[in-house]
Design a binder for this molecule. Structure first.
Ligand SMILES: *[C@@H]1O[C@H](CO)[C@@H](O)[C@H](O)[C@H]1NC(C)=O
Ligand SMILES: *[C@@H]1O[C@H](CO)[C@@H](O)[C@H](O)[C@H]1NC(C)=O
Ligand SMILES: *[C@@H]1O[C@H](CO)[C@@H](O)[C@H](O)[C@H]1NC(C)=O
Ligand SMILES: *[C@@H]1O[C@H](CO)[C@@H](O)[C@H](O)[C@H]1NC(C)=O
Ligand SMILES: *[C@@H]1O[C@H](CO)[C@@H](O)[C@H](O)[C@H]1NC(C)=O
Ligand SMILES: *[C@@H]1O[C@H](CO)[C@@H](O)[C@H](O)[C@H]1NC(C)=O
Ligand SMILES: *[C@@H]1O[C@H](CO)[C@@H](O)[C@H](O)[C@H]1NC(C)=O
Length: 505
């Protein structure tokens, strides 16, 4: 399986490279001219700033301090110069109107939503406005789309499917009498809903604004071309900004210099614990603090939570201490290089002690990079998450301790790159085993064997998504296993096994 899937991924990458190279050669001249002209423009700009500073010092300090921040970044030039653009010819269609979207949630939830919204715009022949990102989520990141993603590439590489523009033309604004219809589309909908319920609304409204975007498209039952478009946006059109890409790849190079590495997405962060109500292993004061936080945020609707019940149902992220035992049981040794992809761990050093004792080669981005390199990303949780995303996708093994959006979207990306190993922890089974080991029922050996057995088929191997009729939240998520995009050029039955008729409800 491994060899075949590796070569499959490689074949896809080679094929893409092949077609890219042809286009690249022909576009190289244009690109060269562009690079030269950017150098000229940049030089002019620097001059202008110098002159401006004599002239109008306050106005331009923002610009010049940003320039200083960039110039002290020790990134390689080839990482920063944009790749030659790939220009495809635009699809010829009559637009039925404009689609504005405001994404909600963290980086990876928004990423999946952007893929869905492009797909909806394509289906309905709309003009998509560059999505607005969530600025009001728990971490209040003020980043805009173009602070995180490469906008030019996004627009250009999807030209043959859908028209995407940066902002609504003024002539369709409210001032000239155009009423925007604001609404959240129904979750987990199929193409029929958009064609029958949304499209007719464009007879009255030139602009529709979707004010929620999470999980608005069903996992299953959509036409193959739409499923493939969701993948194309995810795997090809969405690239991070050159600054984020450069720093992400710098992290990868540093890690690879020391051998292979495992990325642990240790989702033991304050927002997660407050929201899930999971307080196993916390002190009483910590449990109180988390509870207060949960009550303070109106959109976390579930308020009264019994932590131990939730934990026994497998609905809590593993604690750092539990994670240390599980990694050991899975056979990872003391010499394993582990990169922690997370924000601040709740309870910080105290909670990480057991993990650090078991795995001394634990690192995180703050330890690998110069503080100066990270400075411009520091206060932007989504940009920090983007760095972790890049490292997670590239790792030899990826282990998430909770199946949130990051875990699932990264898992899907790794499948696309040749079914790279992602260990999908079975938390319900694991807490059972952990408790039995802790009370002495299971010896270390018995515990370790049971943990391994439980995960033999949970390593990100080729598999079909589990379909549960009318339970979209519980079935396998499209972006965690976009199977329609993983067996191009081969028979899906060969790779994934025969297609069963829909599984139980
Ligand atoms: C686009 O399609 C319309 C109708 O099919 C056609 O009249 C028009 O010439 C096409 N435009 C281009 C640029 O191909
Ligand atoms: C979208 O445009 C294509 C080509 O112009 C046309 O065939 C199709 O019917 C249109 N679909 C909708 C929903 O407008
Ligand atoms: C979205 O729009 C609807 C209708 O205007 C409104 O009731 C709802 O509160 C809005 N939701 C958000 C998250 O803004
Ligand atoms: C790489 O490994 C060496 C030797 O084990 C160690 O001294 C060094 O700190 C490691 N570097 C990083 C970035 O982890
Ligand atoms: C980040 O935010 C903190 C607290 O709000 C502030 O003290 C710090 O200066 C900020 N750092 C940067 C690089 O903006
Ligand atoms: C250990 O816990 C399990 C269930 O949690 C229980 O059935 C068992 O009796 C316990 N064993 C001991 C020795 O306490
Ligand atoms: C499909 O059927 C095979 C054998 O009939 C079974 O082993 C497998 O678990 C089924 N797959 C799913 C996703 O139910």
């Amino acid at each position: 399986m491994d060899v075949r899937s590796e070569s499959l991924g490689q074949a896809r990458i080679d094929r893409e490279k092949g077609s890219l190279q042809v286009i690249q050669r022909t576009r190289l001249q244009v690109w060269f001219i562009r690079v030269c002209s950017s150098i000229v423009i940049w030089t002019c700009l620097v001059q202008l700033v110098a002159v401006g500073e004599l002239w109008h010092p306050r106005l331009l300090t923002g610009l010049s301090s940003r320039k200083n921040g960039v110039s002290t970044l020790s990134i390689r030039v080839e990482d920063v110069v944009p790749a030659p653009p790939v220009i495809v010819s635009a699809r010829n269609y009559t637009s039925n109107g404009f689609l504005k979207v405001s994404c909600n949630g963290g980086l990876n939830q928004m990423r999946a939503a952007i893929c869905d919204m492009v797909t909806v715009a394509r289906l309905l022949n709309l003009t998509l406005i560059i999505p607005e990102l969530d600025k009001k989520s728990f971490w209040a990141d003020p980043s805009n789309f173009d602070d995180i993603f490469n906008v030019r590439h996004f627009i250009d590489s999807l030209r043959d499917e859908v028209r995407i523009i940066k902002r609504l033309p003024k002539r369709f604004g409210r001032k000239l009498g155009y009423q925007t219809l604001e609404m959240p589309p129904v979750s987990w909908s199929k193409e029929k809903y958009y064609l029958e319920q949304i499209l007719p609304l464009y007879a009255k409204h030139k602009v529709i604004h979707f004010n929620r975007t999470d999980a608005r498209l069903a996992n299953n039952g959509l036409p193959l071309d739409l499923q493939r478009l969701r993948c194309r946006v995810n795997f090809q059109a969405l690239k991070f900004t050159p600054e984020i890409e450069a720093l992400g790849h710098k992290l990868i190079r540093i890690l690879q210099k020391n051998g292979t590495f495992l990325v642990l997405h240790l989702r033991y962060e304050m927002d997660m614990l407050a929201f899930s109500g999971c307080t196993h292993g916390c002190t009483e004061e910590e449990a109180e603090e988390l509870k207060r936080l949960r009550y303070a945020f109106p959109w976390w609707r579930e308020k009264e939570i019994v932590s131990e019940v939730k934990r026994s149902e497998g609905l809590c992220p593993l604690t750092p201490e539990e994670t240390a035992l599980i990694l050991k049981a899975l056979g990872f040794g003391k010499d394993t290089q582990i990169y922690i992809a997370s924000g601040e761990i709740y309870g910080s050093e105290r909670r990480l002690a057991a993990l650090k004792t078991a795995f001394p080669r634990i690192v995180k981005k703050e330890m690998l990079l110069d503080p100066e390199d990270l400075r411009q990303f520091q206060n932007h949780s989504s940009q920090m998450a983007a760095l972790d995303f890049i490292v997670s996708v590239a790792s030899n093994t990826f282990v998430p301790t909770y199946d949130g959006n990051m875990a699932r979207v990264v898992e899907g990306h790794r499948r696309y790159l040749g079914f790279k190993k992602t260990i999908q922890l079975d938390r319900k089974r694991l807490v059972e085993l952990l408790d039995l080991h802790h009370n002495g029922t299971l010896s270390w050996n018995e515990f370790s064997i049971a943990v391994r057995l439980a995960h033999e088929s949970r390593m990100g191997q080729p598999a079909r998504r589990r379909v549960l009729i009318d339970k979209p939240k519980e079935e396998d998520y499209f972006y965690a296993n976009p199977q329609e995009c993983l067996c191009e050029g081969t028979n899906c039955d060969d790779l994934l096994g025969p297609l069963n008729s829909t599984v139980a409800t």
